[in-house]
Design a protein around this ligand. Structure first.
Ligand code: ZN
Length: 298
């Protein structure tokens, strides 16, 4: 309990420190959070879709992407936009068991739903082979590679992603799988590729370089900082090595005991600034790159 309290307090403390250090408040105007968890969900969440939409709007944010591991979110995104004016909300689908795994029909429905808010296809997350194997989970996983080749079921999925200019997010695939899948996705015309919390799967520098060379965007999430999985210095080092244009910053927040998404994002921006990352680079990673992936800016 004490640990959770500390975890919950860290971002607001950092915000205070950051705010004092440079004598300015950090604005979320124009910011897009590409990784928002909110309820209803089968996991405990801190806020509902509508609550996080209102909070983000009040903070001046430009957009949100609702992520759920088990159900499609394009419909919820559209509904939230009817209630909260002036903010762009998108959804997607994570190809876990709940939607039939590598099931092209789930992607077809994502784009067919009225409202047109479906934008992101995540490869398996909690049901990914790499993720379950690493966690020692004996359950049935969903492979993305079969015999060293991309699973044939991905062909139709990649074609749909290309046809509708969706974002292919790599979910919890291993770095080796990501490196192998990107060329196949490119060959089929996929333009936008996001490596979901890209350091979290512990890629080597060479693997990260291979992803970046193939023009994938690497996602860095605040949640992993909050959990102590990474330090801001780790993120700053990666950004310096490869260049901010290859990265995207998002919160991955929404867990019942976590701070609000907006507080996490402010702490993220303040923290990177304290690590010496410039405002133009932060702007690129938290505003312009997400906007480009979502087709808001060409
Ligand atoms: Zn997440």
């Amino acid at each position: 309990m004490t640990r959770w309290l500390i975890v919950a307090l860290v971002p607001s403390l950092m915000l205070m420190v950051g705010g004092r250090a440079n004598g300015q408040t950090t604005s979320l105007a124009g910011v897009i959070d590409f990784h928002v968890h909110s309820g209803p969900d089968s996991r405990p969440r801190s806020v509902s879709d509508l609550e996080v939409a209102r909070i983000a709007k009040r903070a001046g944010m430009r957009g949100l992407v609702f992520k759920n591991h088990f159900t499609m979110t394009a419909d919820r995104a559209w509904l939230a936009m009817q209630e909260v004016d002036g903010i762009e909300i998108f959804g997607g689908v994570a190809l876990n068991h709940a939607v039939g795994g590598l099931n092209a029909e789930a992607v077809r429905q994502l784009v067919a739903f009225s409202g047109g808010r479906g934008k992101v296809v995540w490869l398996p997350t909690f049901d990914a082979e790499f993720w379950m194997t690493r966690a020692g989970d004996p359950g049935e996983f969903i492979p993305v590679m079969v015999g060293g080749r991309p699973d044939p079921a991905l062909g139709e999925i990649f074609d749909l992603i290309a046809e509708h200019d969706l974002v292919l997010a790599m979910g919890h695939s291993s770095p080796a799988e990501v490196v192998a899948l990107i060329p196949e996705a490119r060959r089929r015309g996929v333009r936008k590729i996001l490596v979901t919390h890209g350091l979290g799967q512990q890629p080597s520098t060479e693997q990260l370089a291979a992803m970046v060379e193939q023009d994938a965007i690497i996602e860095l999430v605040w949640l992993a900082i909050q959990n102590g999985e990474f330090a801001l210095a780790d993120y700053a080092a990666a950004i310096r090595t490869f260049g901010a244009r290859h990265f995207l910053l998002s919160s991955d927040l929404g867990q019942a005991m976590s701070p609000l998404h907006t507080d996490g994002l402010v702490a993220f921006m303040e923290g990177l600034r304290a690590e010496g990352i410039g405002d133009a680079d932060i702007d690129l990673m938290i505003r312009r790159n997400p906007a480009r992936l979502l087709g808001l800016d060409r």
